[in-house]
Design a protein around this ligand. Structure first.
Ligand SMILES: Nc1ncnc2c1ncn2[C@@H]1O[C@H](COP(=O)(O)OP(=O)(O)OP(=O)(O)O)[C@@H](O)[C@H]1O
Ligand SMILES: [Mg+2]
Length: 317
């Protein structure tokens, strides 16, 4: 039995449905991160998990108990499942150590002395030992966030829900988290990848239209004018000067496709060209001057033929 089973969770608001159909099994000891753009429902999911929000349909089973059932004891759910809110929600009228010990002392009936000792250890762990007597308004955003994390851990919950646990921390701490994304969609989100595709279907393409599309993409993707010039130059030299000349209508060379990926995170662009017909490698057989220009503009370029011709070029960083 999983510690938490999320079964077909759905949450509808009048204007949006942030959770369509979410299912997941979470085991003891699992560390699960939910990432995604602003407004996609991350906070909603957490609020539906600890029953601050009633899901429209679906079930949440915590340690064998169906906590989405109307009769469920919510205060025991909250004790099992601690939460650090996106806005921290510290008690403004209590100093930091009292924030941390309030619930253990008043709700969990822990002796004051023990709560204080454990609370101070927790504050030391999050680097706030010196701020125990300060009030929330005297703390920076990152310090408030760490105080809120200490307060949640002080309740010794079996499950800890953290909404944006690193939002107020500095980027060097966050970097480590995102080094090995498993899914393409995650990678695209982290590297802030933007893409455009275009297709040339015959020997007389509307070149001004192609340039207009690229310019539009530049504006959407925060590509600099210089970077776009490089991209266009590579495209012109490879496609217009070298490849178009060997593609003949009817020999299955067309369509030629160009896919451009631009990473806003590291300002690099990659271009992929595919076209049909028999194998033709412009990097070997193309015009020397064109190729010299292309090689100056790219940090890597490869050609392969696998049923169709494919060129991948990496521009920039
Ligand atoms: N109480 C509410 N009533 C109506 N709509 C809501 C409510 N709470 C959230 N929403 C909407 O649900 C969607 C998801 O919001 P949510 O706060 O879960 O996003 P998020 O992924 O946590 O975003 P962020 O990264 O900005 O924190 C948004 O479109 C939001 O406007
Ligand atoms: Mg949120």
């Amino acid at each position: 039995m999983s510690l938490i089973s999320i079964e077909h969770l759905r949450k509808e608001y009048p204007d949006v449905t942030p959770l369509l159909d979410v299912s997941a099994e979470i085991e003891e000891g699992d560390v699960i991160a939910v990432i995604g753009p602003s407004g996609t429902g991350k906070s909603t999911l957490l609020r539906c998990l600890n029953q601050l929000e009633k899901p429209t349909s679906g079930r949440v089973v915590l340690n064998g108990e169906v906590i989405t059932d109307p009769g469920c004891d919510l205060s025991s759910v909250r004790r099992t499942m601690g939460m650090v809110f996106q806005s921290f929600n510290l008690f403004q009228n209590l100093n930091i150590i009292d924030n941390v010990t309030y619930v253990p002392v008043h709700l969990l009936k822990m002796p004051k002395k023990q709560a204080y000792k454990e609370g101070m250890q927790l504050l030391a762990r999050v680097g706030l030992a010196g701020k125990a007597e300060s009030f929330p308004e005297e703390l920076s955003g990152g310090q408030k966030q760490r105080a809120a994390i200490a307060r949640a851990i002080a309740m010794k919950p079996r499950v800890l829900l953290l909404d944006e646990p690193t939002s107020a921390l500095d980027p060097t701490m966050i970097r480590e988290i995102f080094d090995r994304p498993a899914k393409e969609k995650t990678r695209r989100f982290i590297h802030r990848l933007k893409s455009m595709e275009l297709e040339i279907t015959g020997p007389n393409p509307d070149y001004p239209e192609i340039l207009r599309k690229m310019e539009e993409f530049r504006r959407e993707s925060m590509i600099s004018a210089d970077e776009l010039r490089h991209i266009i130059l590579v495209f012109e030299e490879l496609v217009m000067q070298n490849i178009m000349g060997v593609l003949r209508p009817g020999n299955e060379g067309f369509p030629l496709r160009m896919k451009l990926d631009y990473s806003e995170a590291d300002t690099s662009a990659s271009m992929e060209l595919t076209y049909g017909g028999s194998a033709y490698n412009p990097l070997e057989n193309g015009d020397e001057i064109s190729l010299t220009i292309v090689r100056k503009m790219v940090s890597r370029i490869e050609y392969e033929y696998a049923g169709e011709n494919r060129i991948r070029a990496l521009l920039g960083a």
